[in-house]
Design a binder for this molecule. Structure first.
Ligand SMILES: Nc1ncnc2c1ncn2[C@@H]1O[C@H](COP(=O)(O)OP(=O)(O)OP(=O)(O)O)[C@@H](O)[C@H]1O
Length: 262
């Protein structure tokens, strides 16, 4: 698969093994600028492994991954993050003991370049940087309606709100690619509907490109432009969300073969 100019992320023939388990078998995918691309599949099908390959946590043993045309496989996670990939986790990963605001501010760390000498001689420069960071954070707080919770400690707020704080932190990094690992996990129906709305609003306001792992089919159809469906580490279907979900191979992977067809 060769990367077109509007492809932000291209994964070409990715193979990842864990001992004898082949978690990804020659998986290829291209995520276009400005789209929401879904990774779908039953438990253990390789979705998180693909996200971990893209974000550098478990580099692939074969294949090539590019971000805006630059090869990223083999790079450390922090390098990939600084190149513009922000991620949220299946199990929320916030900084405990800190407020909502401080957690969101952490998303700006890639833009904070402490230089004590410059700050001493040119305090206005440090001040300008601080103002810019705060401005971005306030924009995201408004977008995700987090103002009422800004001073709360993240340990005491409900899970749905924690997930929104994690999304806010990722958005503050102004990512080229936002990777969301099951952002609705553990949420009730109302929280899910809010989260869908927030992701769509953020995409529209910030022109995001999103790679999302999602299990809930109502969420997939509401959010995703296109999807890749994995089963046992292999692609079984790829294409526009609604029609791909209706593909008989996808239905079979999720609910099994009808009895009379067995
Ligand atoms: N660090 C690891 N060590 C060993 N095996 C792993 C590791 N990570 C994933 N696997 C294996 O790779 C396969 C794919 O797992 P993966 O977590 O990517 O699936 P998934 O589609 O994300 O599943 P789920 O929906 O349950 O999160 C599974 O067989 C899993 O046991």
């Amino acid at each position: 698969m060769t990367g077109a100019r509007d492809d932000v992320l291209v994964c070409d023939n990715i193979v990842r093994r864990f001992g004898g388990v082949v978690a990804l078998k020659n998986v290829s995918v291209a995520v276009k600028r400005g789209e929401i691309f879904g990774l779908v599949g039953p438990n253990g099908s390789g979705k998180t492994t693909l996200v971990n390959a893209v974000t550098g946590f478990y580099p692939p043993q074969e294949g090539r991954i590019t971000l805006d045309g630059k090869k990223i496989n083999g790079l450390k996670p922090y390098m990939i993050a600084s190149m513009g990939v922000a991620r949220t986790f299946q199990n929320v990963a916030l900084f405990h003991g800190m407020s909502v605001l401080d957690n969101i501010l952490m998303g700006r760390h890639i833009y904070m370049k402490p230089n004590p000498l410059a700050s001493f001689f040119y305090p206005w420069w440090a001040r300008k940087e601080e103002i810019e960071n705060r401005k971005k954070v306030e924009e995201v707080i408004d977008l995700l309606q987090l103002a009422p919770a800004r001073d709360e400690h993240v340990d005491v707020i409900p899970l749905g709100l924690q997930k929104r704080v994690e999304l806010a932190r990722a958005l503050c990094a102004e990512p080229k690619l936002l990777v969301l690992d099951e952002p609705m996990a553990g949420m009730n129906q109302e929280e899910k509907e809010y989260m869908v709305r927030f992701i769509l609003d953020a995409q529209e306001a910030l022109g995001l490109t999103v790679l999302i792992i999602e299990h809930h089919m109502d969420v997939v159809t509401a959010l995703c432009d296109r999807i890749l469906v994995l089963n046992n580490g292999q692609e079984i279907a790829q294409g526009p969300a609604r029609e791909t979900i209706a593909n008989p191979l996808v239905v079979e992977a999720y609910i099994g073969k009808p009895r009379d067809a067995a």
